[in-house]
Design a binder for this molecule. Structure first.
Ligand code: SF4
Length: 260
């Protein structure tokens, strides 16, 4: 379904929500939220019926089990599946717990992350933390924040010295199992096109920019973001709405999720 079609369906869903759930909306508005708050509450009610089943948060019995998640994380950390294609060798890096409320889905570790075993332990991470309005202690508190890249190991560089894309084997082997074992997140940040393509299956726009531009369609459950790499500084200049409109919402939403 295209973003345009999704917006139309959302409009219908929201009309139904207003008809059938006006008491809920009135109560939430009464707590003093502004435009974003209203948009947030409407989207929270309507989006679960529209996203693909595998991308929906789990409402059935959860937790699957703290020990089941820990066993799966140990299995992933021992993975050597695509070792032959990893010039620096396997070192799966992810951060998760049974209590996290916010998830960050990124692309794949870079060299510094590979060396330190800490996701976003670089200039991109500094920029992402600034976008989110959190310090390092909060960002790396895995009891509240999970970080699950599309591939868990550094894939190496291409001929131009750019990071290679995340290895596809990784998502195929682990992603469904991992997200079945993780807790239901209140908000998931989708950093970059690979994360958006997998988690918003069939609902992305023509390209990453258009998908990020349509963030109100997905919020608050999902917030699509560009990669915070310095390589995207030109993109940020060309798209001032990102800093003016999306970032204030992102900071407010992160604050709310981590406070509750
Ligand atoms: S990238 Fe994923 S599939 Fe490949 S070795 Fe690392 S954890 Fe395993």
């Amino acid at each position: 379904m295209s973003v345009h079609a999704l917006r139309c369906t959302n409009t219908l869903s929201r009309a139904l929500v207003v008809l059938t759930g006006s008491r809920v909306l009135r109560r939430r508005r009464g707590r003093g939220g502004g435009d974003f708050r209203e948009n947030e509450d409407q989207a929270m009610v309507s989006m679960p019926t529209l996203l693909p089943t595998s991308a929906q948060p789990k409402t059935a019995k959860w937790p699957v089990g703290r020990s089941a998640l820990e066993a799966l994380l140990s299995e992933i950390r021992a993975c050597r599946l695509c070792e032959a294609h990893l010039p620096h060798g396997p070192r799966p890096v992810l951060h998760a717990s049974a209590t996290a409320k916010l998830c960050i889905v990124s692309q794949a570790p870079g060299l510094r992350v590979h060396e330190t075993g800490l996701s976003f332990n670089d200039a991109s991470g500094d920029r992402l933390r600034d976008w989110m309005g959190v310090d390092r202690a909060t960002f790396y508190d895995s009891s509240r924040v999970a970080i699950a890249p599309m591939a868990f190991c550094f894939p190496g560089y291409d001929a131009q010295g750019h990071d290679l894309p995340p290895r596809k084997e990784c998502a195929a082997a682990w992603r469904e199992r991992l997200f079945a074992a993780l807790p239901p997140f209140e908000t998931t940040l989708l950093v970059g096109g690979y994360a958006q393509a997998w988690h918003l299956r069939g609902h992305t726009a023509a390209n990453m920019t258009e998908t990020v531009k349509a963030w109100r369609t997905f919020a608050p459950r999902y917030i699509p973001l560009p990669h915070p790499s310095w390589r995207n500084s030109g993109w940020l200049k060309k798209n001032p709405w990102f800093a003016e409109e999306l970032l204030p919402y992102l900071r407010k939403r992160v604050r709310r999720v981590l406070r509750d």
